[in-house]
Design a protein around this ligand. Structure first.
Ligand SMILES: NC(=O)C1=CN([C@@H]2O[C@H](COP(=O)(O)OP(=O)(O)OC[C@H]3O[C@@H](n4cnc5c(N)ncnc54)[C@H](O)[C@@H]3O)[C@@H](O)[C@H]2O)C=CC1
Ligand SMILES: CC(=O)C(C)=O
Length: 258
C-alpha cells in the first residue's frame, strides 16, 4: 500500500521538524518544506536514515502563493498524492504596537496569516481534485486565545488563523476535508528563545529570569518540547480525529483555561 503523504511547512527545525519526524515514524512520506534549504535537507536526511522512513526536502516561502501551489504540485508529482498539509511555518517579533516596524508587521502577517491561507487553498484544491478528502492542520498559539503585551502583530495573526480555520472547516466538510489547529503555549525552540531574549532586554532582566518567569506561569511547571506538540498533531492527523473539525487544541501545560 502506498504511504500517506504529508507536507509540513517550516519543518527545518523546531516544532515542524518534530512533527516531520513523528509522522515519518508513523509511516507517512514527508515533504520537509522550509524557506531554509539547508535545515530542510538536514531533517529530510535524518528521516531517510531511519529504517523504512521516507522524506524529501522542498524550498518554499509560504508568504508567496505561487510558491505554495508549486510546492503542492511538486510533492504530488514526486509522491503521487497528498493526504495531510500542516501549516506550521510562522515567525514572531517582540515590540509594542506603537513601536512596531511596518515592514516587520507586514512580513509577519504575510507569513503567518496569508501563508496559512495559501496553504489551505493549495491543499484543499488538491484534495478536491483527488476526491479523497484530506486533513489540514494549522499552527495557531496560546496567543490566538489571549493577546499578550509586546505581541500585537503576532497575536492578531494567530487569532485570525483560528477564525480562518473555522471558516475552512465549514466550507470543506462536504469534501471530507477536516481543518484543525494546535495552540502551543511555551515551546523550547529558536522562535521562543528569540522572544525571551528580546523581552529580557526590553524589561532589563536576564534571559534566565525571563524564561523562569514564563515557566512559573505554567501549571505543569515546565515548557513544552517540540515532541510534546508533535504528539497532538499525530492524533489530529490520525483516523482517531476523523470526526473532529474546526477545533483548536491548547497545548500549554495549563497556563490558561477557557
Ligand atoms: N515555540 C513556541 O513557543 C510556539 C510556537 N508556535 C507556532 O508554532 C510554529 C512553529 O514555531 P517554532 O518551531 O517555535 O519556530 P522556529 O522559528 O523554531 O521554526 C520555524 C521554521 O519555519 C521556517 N520558516 C519561517 N518563515 C518561513 C516561510 N516564510 N516559509 C517557509 N518556512 C518558513 C523557519 O526557517 C524555521 O525552520 C509557528 O507557527 C509558531 O508561531 C505557537 C505557539 C508557541
Ligand atoms: C510564541 C507564542 O506563540 C507564544 C504563545 O508565546
Amino acid at each position: 500500500m502506498p504511504k500517506k503523504v504529508a507536507i509540513i511547512t517550516g519543518s527545518g527545525r523546531g516544532i515542524g521538524a518534530a512533527i516531520a519526524k513523528q509522522l515519518a515514524g508513523e509511516g507517512y512520506a514527508i515533504a520537509v518544506a522550509d524557506i531554509d534549504p539547508d535545515t530542510a535537507d538536514q531533517v529530510a536526511n535524518d528521516i531517510n536514515q531511519q529504517d523504512n522512513q521516507t522524506a524529501r526536502s522542498y524550498v518554499v516561502d509560504v508568504a508567496e502563493r505561487d510558491d505554495v501551489f508549486r510546492l503542492v504540485n511538486e510533492v504530488v508529482q514526486d509522491f503521487g498524492q497528498l493526504d495531510l498539509f500542516v501549516n506550521n511555518a510562522g515567525i514572531a517579533f517582540i515590540a509594542s504596537i506603537v513601536d512596531s516596524n511596518p515592514e516587520e508587521v507586514k512580513r509577519l502577517l504575510n507569513v503567518n496569516l496569508l501563508g496559512t491561507f495559501w496553504g489551505i487553498q493549495a491543499a484543499a484544491t488538491q484534495f478536491k481534485k483527488q476526491g479523497t478528502g484530506g486533513k489540514i492542520i494549522n499552527a495557531a498559539s496560546l496567543a490566538s486565545v489571549e493577546g499578550s503585551a509586546l505581541q500585537g502583530a503576532y497575536s492578531a495573526s494567530k487569532f485570525a488563523i483560528r477564525g480562518l480555520g473555522q471558516s475552512a472547516a465549514k466550507e470543506l466538510a462536504p469534501d471530507h476535508i477536516t481543518v484543525n489547529a494546535y495552540d502551543p503555549g511555551i515551546v523550547l525552540t529558536p522562535l521562543r528563545d528569540g522572544i525571551d531574549e528580546t523581552t529580557a532586554k526590553l524589561k532589563n532582566t536576564t534571559f534566565a529570569e525571563q524564561r523562569q518567569g514564563v515557566v512559573d506561569e505554567i501549571s505543569l511547571k515546565r515548557a513544552a518540547t517540540p515532541e510534546d506538540v508533535a504528539q497532538v498533531i499525530s492524533f489530529l492527523a490520525s483516523p482517531k480525529a476523523d470526526y473532529i473539525t474546526g477545533q483548536s487544541i491548547l497545548i500549554d501545560g495549563g497556563m490558561r483555561f477557557h
